[in-house]
Design a protein around this ligand. Structure first.
Ligand code: IVH
Length: 713
């Protein structure tokens, strides 16, 4: 554990570091027996192990969250090794929050997936003060009585992570994944020192607490990491975000990169006996008190104008922050107002990312290439003299379409301005006319498909030229690439490069061909070998087993059918055959499906080549049942194995409520006692409620209970 001082940036709400530290000190769970930091440590085996675990965690918080270590690395390692050795000899001494769990085991083959109890949303962006004002206006129109105070903090350029705490103990960590389902990375998360293994504090913790935040690598750690990688002849990472992504998903937690977790919001929470937070600023204080590091320089701005000031200052100060940021996030402070505004399919209506102006550079446009996409659209791509912008080297950028090139008067040989923001695709803004050489050449858009030679057509209402050849090789290849991509079945380790090679070798002509390949066929393939061929087929098997109808429908790449529509279709049909048989009369009444989408779906399934492909996929074992989703409260639901008791009148029948609880894995209790995990109280609850309060049993009202068991994952 390297000891280096962090640059702390003070925020204006949390107490200054000394008083914050003593506030946290008071909450660091003290060892209950004799031998605190001051008194001599205990000598009994069990007491010693508990003392070591408590002390080590205290030092973790002091070092990683509070920036004020009390002991050096050697001392820490000594205590750590003693605890490891004790736990190895007496495994019953290992608690679920033991700091020894922070060291991971061997790398895992494949990451398990699990559903988020609440969707992990993305954020909408605004790029200017004007757009920010429009966002506020929209919010005011939607909910005129909201109070326009915002919690602001920097937008961290890392990876979103959700940590699940049950009664204060970390039990699971999930990546964002597609927002609905994430990858289980509990072991990696435990190895991140700034992730509390149990919450600080002595009071009762929320029964369920999902803390969301960002995994980042500090800039200085990134520089050191790349220096080490280079010295060892290993891959150098393009930016901290890529390095963090690799580390988090790699699962080889031994020698883990210097990842850090910064908490900024919540997923599901059942407060139990802990008083709920009503404001975002209150939540940030609570997160810090529980032992989480939070984004630096967070601030409560009591009006939209102050958010503009905050954004300006943040942009000015960004170089001084320890981590990469690409903007600020402004979130409505009042949780009741947040609930009032709710979410779109993609993002909250109560929060927005206010992006810093993007980086622009100048470089040479050496040529223009035309690519054919999976829908047959021809896209011109700028070939650039390689240049660094926004943290990566860019040598290609989109030029969108023929009209764009003409409108901006972009010519081959021009010096052009290229812009890139965050992970957005680089874009050519326009030429530097003053530098145009006399030989600069206008680009003539091709009238035939560069892949198949068929003539291309342009719909009068569209800007794009399109190749309409159903068997155009480029279209077919791009469709396979889409099929294996994250938007499709998300087949690990198989991406554009491999598909292009397999395609060029003539081995694969459709997604079904991929699944039909054997290790024998694969291993003799160029640059493949036994190990990679094994991984390959294993990844295909995993994808096959994990395929849901939503993913498969999305993977097929039906025109106008994106993720959201795929989800709607999967909710309404039991399998692909049923969907294939649906006509527009059945499809059109479904949410988000208009005449154009309905017709596109019907056409897709009427096409004989598509029919054949679907039949082949079915024969290969890819025929997922409709996502009449497994009950959201699956095996890992926090009610699983808990005893519950109902009292008072609920708006649904007691039998129905009981059934919901049981399908979440709960067990019905016969009466009230200290052993009861949870009392669900309806209207006019009476004596049981009082008794439960006296015994300190967790109490849920009907709304909280229903939210928990009927969540739409
Ligand atoms: S709050 C309801 N605060 O950026 C979503 N998100 O590009 C509330 N992010 O999905 C999220 N820094 O993963 C929040 N200070 C910050 C953030 C932040 C980075 C991530 C987050 C979000 C993504 C959108």
């Amino acid at each position: 554990m390297p000891h280096h001082k962090k640059n702390t940036v003070q925020d204006n709400l949390l107490p200054p570091s000394e008083s914050r530290r003593s506030a946290v000190d008071a909450r660091i769970p003290a060892y209950a027996g004799t031998g605190t930091a001051a008194a001599p440590p205990p000598s009994g085996r069990r007491e010693r192990a508990q003392w070591l675990a408590t002390e080590l965690e205290r030092h973790n918080v002091l070092y990683h969250t509070l920036d004020s270590p009390e002991i050096n690395d050697e001392h820490y390692d000594l205590l750590f090794r003693e605890l490891v050795s004790l736990e190895q000899r007496f495994p019953e001494l290992q608690t679920p929050w033991s700091p020894t769990l922070r060291v991971g085991g061997a790398p895992l083959e494949n990451l398990e997936k699990d559903a988020h109890t609440q969707q992990m949303y993305s954020l909408d962006n605004v790029f200017s003060v004007e757009e920010w004002r429009e966002f506020v206006e929209r919010m005011r129109r939607a909910a005129p009585r909201i109070s326009p105070a915002f919690w602001c903090d920097p937008k961290l350029d890392g990876l979103a992570l959700e940590l699940v705490y049950e009664n204060g103990v970390l039990t699971k960590a999930l990546t964002r994944g597609d927002g609905h389902t994430g990858e289980v990375v509990t072991a990696t998360a435990r190895a991140i020192r700034s992730v509390p293994l149990r919450l600080l504090g002595q009071s009762r913790f929320p029964m369920l607490l999902e803390v969301r935040g960002e995994v980042v690598i500090f800039k200085k750690d990134f520089v050191a990491l790349n220096a080490r990688q280079a010295a060892a002849g290993e891959k150098v990472f393009a930016n901290p975000r890529n390095a963090a992504a690799g580390a988090l998903r790699r699962l080889d937690t031994t020698g883990l990169l210097p990842l850090r977790f910064l908490a900024y919001s919540l997923g599901s929470v059942v407060w139990g006996n802990d008083p709920p937070c009503a404001f975002h600023h209150e939540l940030m204080q609570r997160l810090a008190a529980w032992g989480f590091a939070t984004p630096p320089a967070g601030k409560l701005c009591d009006c939209p104008q102050k958010v503009e000031d905050y954004a300006r200052t943040a942009q000015h100060d960004r170089k001084g922050l320890p981590m990469e940021t690409d903007g600020i996030v402004a979130k409505l402070d009042n949780f009741a107002d947040q609930r009032r505004l709710g979410f779109t399919a993609r993002a909250p209506r109560f929060a927005v990312a206010f992006k810093f102006p993007t980086e622009q550079v100048e470089t040479l446009l050496t040529g223009i290439e035309v690519q054919v996409g999976r829908t047959g659209v021809l896209t011109p791509v700028a070939l650039l003299r390689p240049v660094a912008v926004g943290g990566v080297i860019v040598s290609r950028a989109t030029l969108h379409n023929e009209d764009e090139i003409r409108a901006r008067d972009i010519r081959i040989g021009d010096s052009v301005i290229v812009r890139r923001a965050g992970d957005v695709i680089p874009k050519v803004i326009g030429p530097v006319l003053a530098k145009r050489p006399p030989e600069a050449k206008e680009f003539v858009f091709p009238r035939s498909c560069p892949a198949c030679g068929e003539s291309v057509a342009r719909d009068p209402h569209e800007t794009a030229w399109r190749c309409g050849n159903l068997s155009c090789p480029a279209v077919r290849r791009e469709r396979i690439i889409h099929f294996v991509s994250k938007a499709g079945l998300d087949i690990q380790g198989i991406g554009r490069k491999w598909i292009e090679q397999l395609w060029d070798a003539g081995l694969v002509r459709s997604p079904a061909d991929l699944f039909a390949m054997t290790v024998e066929e694969l291993k003799h393939f160029e640059r493949m070998g036994q190990k990679l061929a094994d991984n390959f087929t294993q990844a295909l098997d995993t994808a096959k087993n994990n395929a849901t109808l939503t993913k498969l429908v999305n993977a097929l790449g039906i025109r106008h059918v994106g993720e959201q529509t795929a989800r709607t279709l999967a909710k309404n049909f039991r399998n692909l055959d049923e969907l294939a048989a649906a006509d527009t009369v059945v499809l059109q009444p479904l949410p988000d499906i208009g005449p154009e989408v309905a017709e596109s779906v019907v056409n897709f399934f009427a096409n004989p080549a598509n029919k054949e492909e679907i039949a082949r996929l079915r024969d290969l074992g890819i025929s997922p049942q409709g996502d009449a989703e497994p009950h959201p409260a699956g095996q890992t639901h926090f009610l699983c194995g808990k005893s519950v008791l109902f009292t008072g009148t609920l708006s649904i029948s007691r039998a129905h409520a009981q059934a919901l609880a049981e399908s979440a894995g709960a067990v019905a209790a016969s009466g009230i006692s200290k052993k009861l995990d949870c009392l669900i109280a309806g209207e006019n609850p009476g004596g049981k409620l009082v008794k439960a309060q006296q015994l300190g049993v967790t109490i849920l009202d009907e709304k909280a209970f229903m939210a928990l068991v009927t969540k739409d994952v």
